[in-house]
Design a binder for this molecule. Structure first.
Ligand code: BTN
Length: 124
């Protein structure tokens, strides 16, 4: 059984692209996220991500990562997900995310967090 290998380029259902660099033997990884969409006013830029993956002896590891959009937005996103091999045998990542927006005051805290889901497939 081959393990879930996050290393490489992935594309999601929004058209966003994610480049995961090397995953080390603790499961820690870093990469760069190229979002296709944004709620920020500044132009989109590639953004650093850091994450952690289970290294179990199967193809269905869980993982999580944080994206810091610091170059163009003061928001932060976290993703959690799991690797699968789809019915067609292609690798797929099913994720859920929280996106925290920076608000000006504590009274706006209630509206600061968005939630969603994304599915990623390997590009190359
Ligand atoms: C921002 O809007 O402040 C920064 C960009 C956020 C992009 C979000 S993160 C969750 C969702 N999935 C994506 O691929 N892009 C959006």
């Amino acid at each position: 059984i081959k393990p879930c290998n996050l290393t490489g380029w992935w594309k999601n259902d929004l058209g966003s692209k994610m480049h995961v660099f090397n995953v080390d033997n603790n499961g820690t990884f870093s990469g760069e996220y190229h979002t296709a969409v944004s709620s920020a006013k500044s132009p989109i830029q590639p953004s650093p991500l850091v994450g952690s993956q289970h290294l179990d002896k199967d193809e269905q590891d869980t993982f999580g990562f944080t994206v810091n959009w610091k170059k163009f937005s003061d928001s932060t996103a976290v993703f959690v997900g799991q690797c699968f091999n789809g019915a067609d045998g292609k690798e797929v990542l099913h994720t859920s995310w929280l996106l925290r927006e920076k608000v000006d005051s504590e009274t706006d805290d209630w509206k600061a967090t968005r939630i969603g889901r994304n599915t990623f497939t390997r590009m190359s």
